[in-house]
Design a protein around this ligand. Sequence first.
Ligand code: ADP
Ligand code: MG
Length: 289
Amino acid sequence: ATPMSVMVGVGKAAEAGILIRDGEALQTSAKLDTIVLDKTGTITEGKPAVSGILCSDGQQEDSLLALAAGLEAGSEHPLAHAILDAARERSLTRARVTAFQAHNGLGVSARQGEQTLRLGNRRWLEEQGIAVNLDLSALTDAGATPLLLARDRQLLGAIGVADRIKPDSAEAIARLRQAGLKVVMITGDVAASAHAIARQAGVDEVMAEVLPADKADRVKALQAQGATVAMVGDGINDAPALAQADVGFAIGSGTDVAIESAGVTLMGGSLHGVADAIAISAATVRNIK
Ligand code: ADP
Ligand code: MG
């Protein structure tokens, strides 16, 4: 590639709100065959809202929500905002808790007097010895993420938090697939919820229940099979996977850490930016051959 044509390509991309770090990122973008998309905030809006509450026997929705809001008051996770908003809408007083702890990719815990409260995913609660004897399919079939609430060993209920896919995600993903790319969705979310979103988005493959620390390993495994991989994400959690990928794309309101780890930064939140970046790169490389 001549430096001149690469400069032209990088400039053309910049006009479309696509910041390509260097010539290498541009040339590699033209060779991609696999795109890994983070679910939350990348395929979806990243603005989850409470969509339903399931109570264990003898429990009430409002008291569950008040406890959950007390737990999430110290968290910065998008799921926490959904819980806090719902409690506010119902004018509930947040439960007062101490010893708050965030467990990355699992949930949150805190103390209430002598008791331990936990809110998080099923696997984590079961690991803590809590039996999950609620049918969660009413929440997961609709693509909601069930957050399970427990006091010590007792399951109190589940709060469903749902995040809509961005209006143009399915169209952009269809474009990527038409360009011959394999599109994979990766998420820490449970399989049932992830598959409901995947169906709406039209991806080829789903990797669910992947811990934040393991996302980069999944990218590496694809590369070991011979794939040239792009990772698209927005969160702090995604930074190692963005760095591991052949090209990392930081999307939309991406965190500083994500942008630093990425070869391409998309100013807008749309996945069309990924398809545009690849098309511009391919056209640039084709012209210089
Ligand atoms: P994603 O890959 O979708 O960005 P994360 O890796 O951040 O998701 O979280 C994975 C899962 O861990 C969530 O779907 C949720 O079940 C649980 N979890 C993480 N943080 C929290 C929290 N603050 N409150 C409740 N559950 C949480
Ligand atoms: Mg995320």
